[in-house]
Ligand binder design. Structure first.
Ligand code: BGC
Length: 769
């Protein structure tokens, strides 16, 4: 735990400079707009420890996988999100002495991430070894309105001297990833030019030929008056800069505005990139910093109108939930169906920026309720577009007839993960992808999606499950052998309850959707079935598997068993484990972890969360009471699921305890790993914990269900829900639930079990249960 940030409802505030926490701050204070992301690296030179990170969405490098023992079916490469051209750099020299926060005396340091308006601000005083003192004020943002634009206002004030100030804004394409094998560099320079007051670099990845152009424009003010200046352009390999020399006297303030447009060949042809970024950067300069900032505020205002959560009586919880919502909205904007959400978003290199099941299982609910339908639809289309690759992936593993296994980790549909027990065995991800289709259609009522895209994916996944099970004559049931469930602390298990259950659920749902599409869109139905060579016998096979699937169960305690023989393990509860052992993934050998009964993250409980409508409360409670005490929550994705289940079981304190473990995970660097980047996908889990957990929010049969309670540490809370054409604000006070529909469309609600139909005119007030 590292609690060095100040509590504030709308801002993340650091009020002193510590080299030891700087890399954590670089992650936390990251900014982005879904296309570009930037860690909070200092603009000026910094020789202390720092993880440089400027990311461009969808641009990656297929690095060689490094494994000792090659296994057939392993992927050829591991995708890496690329640290790209550093566009933020501005070096400062005072009479030729360089400003470097690692070596000078720093005071009055403040770094603020303004989440309401979407910018990062920093100020400090620095005393250089010459004794000269300066004050720096820097503000930057990545525009939510102009996809390619980042803008910086950087001012230097002379506090106690007169002398020569050099400001050197630059673009540096000569950057590295810290996770590159053998310190290899991933970028080649294609062209670059430094001109008076502007310049660009055009870089190309060494593999896959992604091109990125960054074009900068500058303007300069002295004591509030624009300076007609001429920078001195200079270039070296993969790098351009512009030196601005200016005489300053005591109390003079010089302010540089740097406008940079960065985009990639994912959106423009290689030969258009320079002219596009030049045009956009010039336009940004013409519009001017303050107008751009105004646009930014308005864009964030709109976002907050649809997604804010207000927590009363607990400023740390308030700050945390807003931070999570802010980071999620900076990471994915849903405009491009070829982009997705890496577990660290644009805040670090870990997990390669690739897509995991986290997207469907955790992030989708957030975007469904806080963004327009197209955003979640694009998350689904991402997988739809990768279906042929998922089929190829399954073929490599020996499956046939159009069976699809989606990758565990991917950028473009190809598997990028190479630990056999995960790559080949953590196949439950297929279930999450199928369930996401149900979730989306249930939420939006966009049933056309099923005929257009969903059914094809469902058929391919069901085909996979039907081939992945085998009939056990000993059990007289279908079994699924050699899998890894969501609990990665045990591998190669037989009959993981969650995986068997999701497999069977997928087949059930696919049959339901087949029947629906046949009835409602026979032409598309016939067309699709003939395209995928669908045989009626497949339906029979699936029905037989559904009816005869084996689910491990313990008659004594009446719980689902996580997998065969789970109870053979020595049964110890986490509370009885000496805390010196925790986290076990840092203290125990892998062998000891695998043999232990300790569970990394929700597994059976993940299934009961997902399919809660299929089970009554007693069943869920028995399983919760058994599994939660054995769960170490060493995945950040774990506590939120437990929070929702605990809340629905009326275990309010447990729900809150679980919520606390997710909410400030990064702000307090709970897992001591925030310097690698923020846990973006688990931030969606925090939202789930508040809205589905404390708010008791569900969508069933076209109706919004609410069963809210207030954690005892809060005095009230409210959240926003975009549900189809309505925008609901749900406020929970100690006595009442107040629901306002901010849009015209009527909505069906069920609050504490009682039905209401609700239009814009009314404010619905329900007494708290
Ligand atoms: C979790 C996985 C998750 C991955 C990326 C792992 O630690 O066990 O469930 O998909 O992290 O967030």
């Amino acid at each position: 735990m590292n609690e060095y940030l100040k509590y504030d409802e709308w801002n993340i505030i650091e009020d002193r400079f510590e080299q030891s926490t700087h890399e954590i701050s670089e992650s936390i204070f990251s900014i982005g707009n879904g296309y570009l992301g930037q860690r909070a690296n200092f603009e000026e030179n910094y020789s202390g420890p720092s993880l440089q990170g400027s990311y461009v969405a969808g641009v990656y490098f297929p690095d060689k996988t490094r494994v000792g023992w090659w296994k057939n079916g392993y992927p050829e490469y591991f995708a890496k999100v690329l640290n790209s051209t550093n566009w933020t750099g501005i070096n400062i020299l005072i009479d030729d002495e360089i400003l470097d926060l690692a070596t000078c005396e720093v005071s009055n340091f403040s770094r603020i991430l303004n989440m309401k308006e979407g910018y990062l601000k920093r100020s400090f005083k620095a005393k250089l070894s010459s004794g000269k003192e300066i004050e720096i004020n820097a503000l930057r943002f990545i525009s939510m309105v102009r996809d390619s634009i980042g803008a910086i206002k950087y001012s230097v004030k002379a506090l106690n001297f007169s002398g020569k100030l050099k400001i050197i804004p630059y673009l540096d394409g000569d950057v590295m990833n810290t996770d590159s094998n053998y310190e290899e560099k991933f970028w080649d320079e294609i062209s670059q030019k430094s001109e008076i007051n502007s310049g660009y670099v055009l870089m190309k990845t060494k593999k896959l030929d992604f091109y990125i152009s960054s074009f900068m424009q500058l303007s300069l003010y002295k004591n509030g008056i624009e300076v007609d200046f001429k920078s001195i352009p200079s270039e070296k390999e993969k790098y351009i800069d512009n030196t601005i020399e200016i005489d300053i006297n005591e109390n003079d303030e010089v302010c540089l505005y740097k406008y940079v447009s960065t985009t990639s060949s994912r959106y423009y042809k290689m030969d258009e990139l320079i002219s596009f970024t030049e045009k956009e950067s010039l336009l940004a300069k013409k519009v001017g910093f303050f107008k751009l900032l105004e646009e930014q505020k308005l864009a964030w205002d709109e976002k907050w109108k649809e997604s804010d959560i207000i927590i009363e009586g607990d400023v740390s919880a308030q700050q945390a939930i807003r931070f999570n919502i802010f980071q999620l909205n900076q990471t994915y904007n849903g405009k491009d169906a070829e982009l997705n959400i890496g577990p660290k978003g644009f805040t670090g290199e870990k997990y390669g920026g690739s897509t995991y099941w986290d997207t469907e299982a955790y992030c989708l609910p957030f975007y469904l309720s806080t963004s327009h339908q197209e955003v979640s639809k694009n998350l689904l289309l991402y997988r739809y577009k990768q279906l042929s690759k998922a089929i190829e992936n399954a073929e490599k593993l020996g499956f046939n007839n159009g069976a699809a296994l989606y990758p565990m980790v991917t950028m473009n549909g190809e598997e990028c993960h190479n630990e056999w027990e995960i790559t080949f065995e953590e196949i439950h991800r297929n279930g999450a992808i199928a369930y996401a289709i149900y979730n989306y259609v249930n939420y939006t009522d966009d049933k056309a999606y099923l005929a257009d895209y969903g059914l094809e994916v469902l058929i391919a996944i069901s085909r996979f499950w039907a081939q992945r099970v085998n009939f056990s004559f000993e059990k007289n049931k279908y079994v699924m052998l050699g899998v890894t469930g969501p609990n990665e602390y045990e591998n190669n298990v037989n009959n993981n309850w969650y995986t068997n259950r999701m497999a069977s659920w997928t087949m059930e749902y696919t049959l339901e959707v087949l029947a629906y599409v046949e009835k409602t869109n026979n032409a598309k139905y016939s067309n699709l079935l003939s395209n995928v060579n669908f045989e009626t016998s497949e339906k029979e096979k699936w029905t037989s598997i559904i009816d005869n699937m084996y689910y491990p169960y313990d008659e004594n305690s009446k719980i689902f068993l996580q997998q065969d023989n789970y109870l053979d393990k020595e049964q110890i509860l986490v509370k009885d484990l000496d805390p010196v052992h925790l986290p076990i993934n840092q203290n125990w050998s892998w062998d000891r972890i695998l043999r232990s009964c300790f569970i990394k993250q929700a597994d059976v409980l993940q299934g009961l969360y997902t399919l809660e409508d299929c089970y009554d409360k007693d069943v869920i409670e028995r399983n919760f009471d058994f599994y939660e005490p054995r769960t170490v929550h060493e995945s950040s994705l774990s506590p939120c699921i437990h929070a929702v289940l605990a809340a629905s079981l009326g275990k309010e304190n447990k729900a809150y305890e679980m919520y606390l473990r997710t909410a400030r995970l990064d702000l307090d660097s709970y897992n001591n790993d925030t310097e690698d980047g923020c846990h973006i996908t688990s931030m969606a889990g925090t939202w789930i914990a508040v809205v589905q957990g404390f708010g008791g929010f569900r969508v069933k049969n076209n109706k919004v269900i609410l069963n809210p309670f207030i954690p005892s540490h809060w005095t009230g809370f409210s959240f926003k829900i975009l549900f189809r054409d309505s925008l609901l604000k749900i406020s929970v006070t100690t006595k009442k639930v107040i629901i306002i529909n901010e849009k015209d469309s009527p909505v069906e609600l069920c609050v504490y079990g009682k039905d209401y139909t609700f239009t814009k005119e009314k404010e619905l007030i329900v007494e708290r249960a």
